[in-house]
Every structure is written in C-alpha cells, then in structure tokens.
Design a protein around this ligand. Structure first.
Ligand SMILES: Nc1ncnc2c1ncn2[C@@H]1O[C@H](COP(=O)(O)OP(=O)(O)O)[C@@H](O)[C@H]1O
Ligand SMILES: [Mg+2]
Length: 156
C-alpha cells in the first residue's frame, strides 16, 4: 500500500481533531483542551531543546504508582516520541492559594497548580527539585558517609 501524502491540510485537519480551545500560553508550552475528551489537555512544547514535556513525563513515570506522591501531580497520559506533544489530565483553576504544598515543588506560582476534584495538584512540574537545585546560584552539598566506597545505594 502506498504511503499517504501528508499535505499541510491533512496535518491541519489532524490537529483540529486533537486541539480544542487554547487555555493558555506558558513560558514553554501552549496548552489546549483536548477536543477528543475534555478531561485532558494537550501541551505543545514551544521551543526545541527545552524538554519540559519530557521532564514532566519522566517525573510522572517515577511517581505514578506511589500514591502519597502521585496525588499531588496532574497525571500524564501520553507523550509523542519527540516530546513535542504531551497529553495530561485537565485541572480546574484554583479558587484560593493553598496554605501548604509538598516541599518538592519549586516553581511555586498559582498558575502552575489547579484542582482535580477536591485535590490540589501541580500541572507544571518540569522544574522539580533536582533541576532547580542544579540551576540555582548555589549547589547544595551533602556529607558523604565513610562507607561510600562499599555501599553507594544509601539514603541520608
Ligand atoms: N493539566 C492542565 N490542566 C489545565 N490547565 C493547564 C494544565 N497544564 C497547564 N495548564 C495551563 O496552561 C498554562 C501553561 O502550562 P504550564 O504547564 O505551566 O507550561 P509552562 O511550562 O509553559 O509554564 C498553565 O499556567 C495553566 O494555565
Ligand atoms: Mg508554568
């Protein structure tokens, strides 16, 4: 069977099937309601080489089966192989600023959080503790235990 000739009008039709109303343009992603199911949003990476979608996806892979952690994150559902397109559960805007948030969130802006049901969740978690610590002005250091050579798998 011959390959389809994917002309620009076909690409446009496909994106029309997937992309509903545009919710926001963030610093790194454009975010649309998913036209196929309004429970989801489609996050399109705006620039090449930034990888916010990919980092978010990887964080979600780490926490999704860890219930005390997972409940704080808007779950990711799908990522395109190139990372340009991420599908994530849709959150609703916060009415109030939360009083407490887990310590591992670092990009603390109201617009990075929302609600899924009654639960406050973060929907922009590409800048998490590791990235922020590395990119901060100071690298935080920790003491290395004496048995470092024999057992590298300890936690503090
Ligand atoms: N899962 C989501 N559900 C609803 N709105 C979202 C979701 N993710 C992002 N948004 C909206 O899109 C904006 C930009 O998305 P964000 O993930 O913060 O991208 P950026 O990395 O560009 O800051 C957010 O401030 C929020 O208004
Ligand atoms: Mg953001």
């Amino acid at each position: 069977m011959d390959d389809l000739n994917f002309t620009p009008d076909i690409y446009q039709a496909c994106s029309g099937v997937l992309l509903g109303k545009r919710i926001a343009v963030g610093a790194f992603r454009e975010v649309y309601v998913c036209a196929l199911d309004e429970m989801f949003v489609v996050k399109i990476e705006r620039y090449t080489g930034e990888f916010h979608n990919i980092r978010e996806w990887e964080v979600w892979q780490q926490v999704e089966h860890w219930s005390i952690m997972a409940k704080w994150f808007a779950p990711c559902k799908f990522i395109s192989p190139c990372g340009k397109v991420l599908i994530q559960y849709r959150t609703m805007p916060l009415k109030q600023v939360p009083r407490m948030l887990p310590i591992f969130f670092t990009d603390l802006k109201k617009e990075n959080f929302g609600k899924i049901g009654k639960q406050t969740v973060c929907h922009d978690y590409s800048l998490h503790l590791f990235v922020s610590n590395v990119t901060g002005r100071k690298v935080k250091m920790r003491k290395v235990r004496k048995d470092f050579q024999e057992d590298c798998n300890y936690t503090l």
